[in-house]
Design a protein. Structure first.
Length: 292
């Protein structure tokens, strides 16, 4: 007999009161199996849907599904979930936690803002041939790279290849080949690409980014918390940035645009990044019922 599942649609990382990245959130998902969760995520049709259940190790257990598969973490769906839990009175201000298939992470709630913990960064370089393949797959030449910078893989919980471009106009003009991006992501064991350009000096917002993850059924998404963390680490460790709180835009160059704003906070020990938190605001936009 079919099971009826209630799904909240929550836009995470809204910029002001608009934009953001929508995620599905299912509260009290203990009775659903993995096949049902995947079926719900496919029916919802968003880049990720989060499923909340009881945990013996943390305050809540979260599982994340794209329309095609389960993934270890999802930043915007985490922000969406804990924003919804706060709105429904299931959590309050302060520190709480989530259990995922990749371990326990802290969550910090400060009014309307929700922040999620990520690990210290791990960096992996690319060969010249791999760099050439990355640039070809986004329809950009090597000349479009920021001076003195090269793509590299950064992992703070999910691995992304970061591609530093010189100008926002280069970011706007990308022509992504999703089949090529998917193939290279599978070869390099990536979630996807996070392509970015820095803002002119003196602006409060530090960078604008685009994220492509067709291997996971996401051609492009409006806000990616698990990619904003690696980007903030990269800017601090390799980009000469000394700020430990960074504002990052995403979704501006999507079609249609969905402007999003993410805040990354780095925590240092002896001058090195020990951990970080990425967060923002979220807004409930709809409720759905799905039969699985």
């Amino acid at each position: 007999m079919p099971t009826s599942v209630s799904v909240a649609i929550v836009n995470a990382f809204v910029d002001g009161n608009t934009g953001g990245n929508p995620a599905g959130v299912v509260i009290a998902a203990d009775a659903l199996n993995s096949e049902q969760k995947l079926a719900v995520a496919r029916a919802v049709g968003l880049s990720e849907t989060a499923f909340v259940s009881r945990s013996e190790q943390a305050a809540f257990k979260l599982e994340f599904f794209t329309p095609t598969r389960q993934i270890p973490h999802c930043g915007h769906a985490t922000i969406a979930t804990f924003s919804l839990l706060r709105e429904r009175g299931l959590v309050g201000n302060g520190t709480t936690s989530k259990e995922t298939i990749d371990g326990i992470r802290k969550i910090e709630i400060d009014g309307e803002l929700v922040f999620m913990e990520q690990r210290a960064p791990k960096y992996t370089g690319l060969t010249p041939a791999q760099i050439a393949s990355v640039m070809d797959s986004i329809g950009a030449s090597r000349a479009a790279l920021a001076p003195g910078a090269e793509p590299c893989i950064v992992d703070t919980g999910n691995p992304f290849v970061l591609v530093p471009l010189a100008r926002e106009s280069d970011l706007a003009g990308l022509r992504p080949d999703f089949a090529a991006i998917s193939a290279l992501s599978e070869e390099l064991h990536l979630i996807g690409y996070h392509v970015f350009a820095r803002k002119p000096a003196g602006q409060e917002r530090l960078a604008t980014a685009r994220m492509f993850a067709p291997l996971y059924g996401i051609d492009e998404e409006a806000a990616t918390g698990m990619a904003a963390g690696p980007l903030a680490c990269h800017l601090f460790d390799r980009g000469g940035e000394r700020r430990t709180t960074m504002l990052i835009e995403q979704g501006v160059f999507m079609a249609p645009p969905s402007p999003s704003l993410l805040t990354a906070r780095l925590e240092l020990e002896a001058g090195n990044i020990a951990r970080l938190f990425v967060g923002g605001r979220a807004k409930v936009t709809a409720e759905k019922r799905i039969e699985v």
